[in-house]
Design a protein around this ligand. Structure first.
Ligand SMILES: Nc1ncnc2c1ncn2[C@@H]1O[C@H](COP(=O)(O)OP(=O)(O)OP(=O)(O)O)[C@@H](O)[C@H]1O
Length: 843
């Protein structure tokens, strides 16, 4: 149609402007797309803590026969990232980790873009959607499928462990599927580094239902890798059973009392439904062992009989993965990106007024909004941080640690970002300076050197400018060196990956107080504690509860030490209110001979990242606020404000959109961009078609409903639907617990009316582990002190809903009274509604 309408114009050819002329007089409305760097931004794939994740297409490929490369772009409003905040650290922690992870079951970081308004983390698009939905659809997985996916999970986890990284937030919600239904591990916001010979960590994080007991009930630093193993076990159980383990404490049916929950977990034998085979039960029994010392290691998991069908896959070493992934995709179809489309090399080419063809359709906002100094080198017009294949040299080179060490007073997270980019420089990456297309580019490690940042003259150590609105990071892979010229070495600031240490050291000099960290054991029931589980009314050893903000000042106002996470510090053994875990500021000395775990086969990539700067102290505070907003919205009280705040984190217009697809991976992955073109950033909305963003009450309602759906999930619901009697769940042992034995009806259907409130309350409880600044008991005490207004609506018996929210646990910490659940049969429609209403929220 388009060709037909343009045909007559060919007769009016003049001066070689066919394309433009034809376009201008085309009867068809000009297509305009929202763009972000080299990508056309499509629909919303999901929404997380940092904002929306959008489907994106490579613009360059859209004009050819080549299938546009699809990516997932995690758009983060820059103004939503307070400088020196935990959020900032988390973002760059994730970037840094992903940059050095190259495994088929770990989401691939394509690049990081940045313009005046947004930071875009461009990830490989996992078109298979969210894993928990996959299980939802199937109710539970067949053993063969579960075996394959679990093999992929442990392979990916083993790989990251081999790099000296622990995920610490493994759960169903952080697993995606690719188009071949391979598992993809995502969300590395809590990733941390462990030191091989002393891998203990102190900061508890993760989601309660997936977190190892030692994170909650022990006063001791925990073995980070073993906690990941536990989470893998919970995931495996969920795959096979269709619901999560230990969900049946009659005294704590909603899991509101986290202390009791973990007391129950540590004392209640694992129970299995009858359809789980003995072999898989055996593996689960070895994984879900409360004592981390007795818990099976990943290496032993690999050798377990149940995984024998995939022994060959699991036996692939991290080194082999590095090699394979750097050369080709292993079991994914080759990326079109391997023939990465050429990007305009001229800044003018991306200008809305200076380009022709496709780029004329783009409204490049940043180009005009953010005037940049003329780049010294011709470069790509988009910016970007491009990950390069894992480079052993980068990871292990001791020289890196000797690179310039700047004493900076900037955001440690920014330093981390610079550290991220620094790795590229080591691998011959070149700097690029985009000066157009709205996304500016500077090399993260050379911000000052290439003078792309107005404050560049102060940038000898000012890495924070990486997050300045006028700055953009560009990092190119070695393969792109042909597009740009190498920078003068002297102009490049090259902070080593351990440059964080310098920041930390400098902060130490400042002598600011370090925030305290969540130290679960200081409050919680010890594993060995034989006393009855503490109750809300009688927790004997509660420490004085203080507001999070008081307990945990900004980590960057603190005095980080050089003591790694491992708990080597004398502070580690302080029973209560231990100082916050300090950040590792130097490359960890991976002593392979003394590696405690089984899987470390190389020095790996234990890059010091920003991770240790604040850990999750502020995170708890942030999440509390965020969760409060969400809950407010859920209850239609003070809601609008909360919703707005969340929505604003991406784009104002997007608030009203009804096409936000929080769980539409399968639907959207083939969706092609359409509509008008705007550039994400500047003053333009993110949403592709403005007309679609019309605000209506209905749209708002739908939007909220979708959010609710996104936040709620319960395996129990569909399991109950599938097997309403639940009598098949066999208790292998009679629990010798103080609490009454578990009851099958805990995994039951629920009244749809009450499910929403109940799920909300659950989200605030079992998911509350991410309040890392306090122990559950602390929170409980706070809760007791808190006014009743923080309490959620009266809860009703509901099946367990899973976590996807990270805030305001306090308001949810009030114990709920067990209530009699409706026993009546539900209609199918009601079940379906319940199913979608009880989606998880991560805390
Ligand atoms: N690579 C991807 N491919 C497809 N969909 C994705 C991808 N990454 C994220 N999504 C979708 O976006 C949603 C939010 O992503 P993600 O959880 O990573 O964001 P986040 O900001 O880190 O949030 P949170 O930390 O709260 O989980 C996911 O649940 C998923 O539906």
């Amino acid at each position: 149609m388009s060709a037909m309408t343009s045909l007559p114009q060919r007769h009016t050819y003049y001066g070689g402007e066919v394309g433009v002329h034809t376009h201008e007089i085309s009867a068809k409305p000009r297509k305009r797309h929202v763009t972000f760097g080299p990508y056309i931004v499509g629909s919303t794939l999901g929404e997380g803590e940092f904002g929306k994740v959008k489907l994106g297409w490579s613009k360059a490929a859209s004009s050819s026969l080549e299938v546009p490369k699809q990516v997932a772009i995690k758009l983060i409003r820059r103004d939503s990232i307070p400088k020196n905040s935990e959020k900032e650290v988390k973002i760059y922690r994730e970037i840094n980790a992903l940059k050095h992870l190259s495994h088929p079951n770990i989401v691939k970081l394509e690049e990081v873009l940045q313009n005046s308004k947004y930071i875009g983390i461009v990830l490989e698009y996992a078109s298979g959607g969210e894993f928990y939905k996959y299980i939802q659809r199937k109710r539970r997985l067949k053993e063969a499928i579960a075996c394959r996916l679990f093999a992929q999970l442990v392979s990916g986890v083993n790989y990251m462990h081999s790099k000296g990284l622990v995920h610490r937030d493994l759960k169903l919600e952080n697993l995606l599927l690719d188009k071949h239904e391979n598992l993809v591990i995502t969300d590395f916001g809590f990733v941390n580094e462990f030191v091989s010979h002393n891998e203990l960590m102190k900061t508890s994080c993760g989601s309660p239902c997936y977190a190892a007991p030692e994170l909650v009930v022990s006063t001791k630093p925990y073995e980070a890798r073993k906690s990941d193993v536990w989470s893998c076990g919970v995931i495996l159980y969920a795959m096979l059973a269709g619901y999560l383990p230990w969900d049946d404490d009659p005294k704590n049916p909603d899991g509101n009392d986290i202390v009791r929950l973990y007391y129950y977990i540590t004392r209640t034998p694992l129970k299995f439904p009858e359809y789980i085979t003995p072999l898989s039960r055996d593996l689960l029994r070895r994984i879900l062992v409360s004592d981390p010392k007795k818990r099976i290691t990943l290496r032993s998991i690999h050798k377990h009989e149940w995984l024998k069908p995939h022994a060959a896959f699991i036996s692939i070493t991290p080194e082999e993965w590095d090699k394979a992934m750097s050369s080709k995709d292993v079991f994914r179809l080759p990326h079109p990106a391997h023939t990465r489309p050429k990007r305009p090399q001229s800044s003018c080419s991306t200008s809305s007024t200076g380009s022709k063809g496709e780029k004329r359709d783009s409204l490049i906002m940043d180009y005009t909004l953010v005037p940049l100094p003329a780049p010294p080198h011709q470069s790509q017009s988009h910016v970007i941080t491009k990950p390069s294949p894992p480079s052993p040299e980068i990871r292990t080179s001791p020289v890196r640690n000797q690179l310039s060490r700047h004493t900076r007073s900037n955001s440690a997270a920014s330093v981390a970002l610079q550290a991220v980019v620094d790795a590229e420089r080591d691998s011959n990456s070149m700097l690029s300076h985009p000066h157009g297309n709205g996304v500016n580019a500077v090399n993260g490690g050379t911000v000052s050197g290439n003078k792309l940042i107005p404050r560049s003259n102060t940038m000898s150590g000012n890495v924070s400018s990486l997050l300045n609105k006028d700055s953009v990071i560009v990092e190119t892979s070695p393969s792109k060196s042909r597009l740009i010229e190498p920078m003068d070495e002297n102009s490049i600031m090259r902070p080593p990956l351990n440059s964080i240490s310098n920041v930390a050291a400098s902060r130490t000099v400042h002598g600011k107080p370090r925030p305290t960290s969540y130290h679960p054991g200081s409050m919680a029931t010890n594993t060995d504690n034989k006393d009855p589980p503490p109750t809300l009314s009688g927790v004997p050893n509660l420490s004085p509860t203080r507001p999070l903000s008081f307990i945990e000042p900004s980590p960057l106002d603190s005095t980080p030490s050089l003591v790694p996470d491992a708990g080597a510090s004398s502070q580690e053994h302080s029973p209560k209110m231990l100082p916050r875990r300090s950040f590792s500021v130097s490359k960890p000395l991976l002593d392979l001979q003394s590696v405690n775990g089984d899987l470390i086969k190389s020095h790996g990539d234990a890059q010091p990242m920003a991770r240790r700067l604040h850990e999750q102290v502020e995170d708890g505070d942030y999440k509390q606020r965020r969760q409060s907003r969400r809950y407010s919205s859920l209850f239609n009280s003070v809601t609008e404000e909360g919703e707005d705040m969340d929505q604003k984190s991406i784009a104002p217009q997007s608030r009203a959109t009804s096409h936000t697809r929080s769980r539409t991976s399968s639907k959207t992955h083939s969706r092609q961009p359409s509509g008008n073109t705007n550039t994400v950033g500047g003053s333009e909305p993110v949403e592709p078609v403005k007309s679609r963003t019309t605000t209506t009450a209905g749209a708002n309602t739908r939007d909220k409903d979708k959010k609710l759906d996104k936040k709620r999930f319960s395996f129990l619901s569909f399991y109950s639907s599938y097997n309403t009697s639940r009598s098949s769940i066999a208790s292998e042992k009679i629990p010798s617990v103080p609490a009454p034995t578990s009851q099958p009806q805990q995994h039951r259907r629920v009244d749809s009316q009450s499910s929403r409130q109940n799920s909300i309350s659950r989200m605030g409880t079992r998911n509350s582990l991410r309040v890392v600044g306090q122990t559950p008991l602390q929170q409980q005490q706070q809760q007791r002190q808190a006014p009743a207004q923080q309490q959620p609506p009266a809860q009703q018996q509901q099946p367990f809903t899973r976590t996807k929210i990270k805030k305001n646990r306090q308001s949810m910490m009030e114990p709920s009274q067990p209530q009699v659940r409706p026993q009546g049969e539900q209609s199918t429609a009601k079940k379906v509604m319940d199913f979608f209403k009880r989606r998880s929220m991560r805390v």
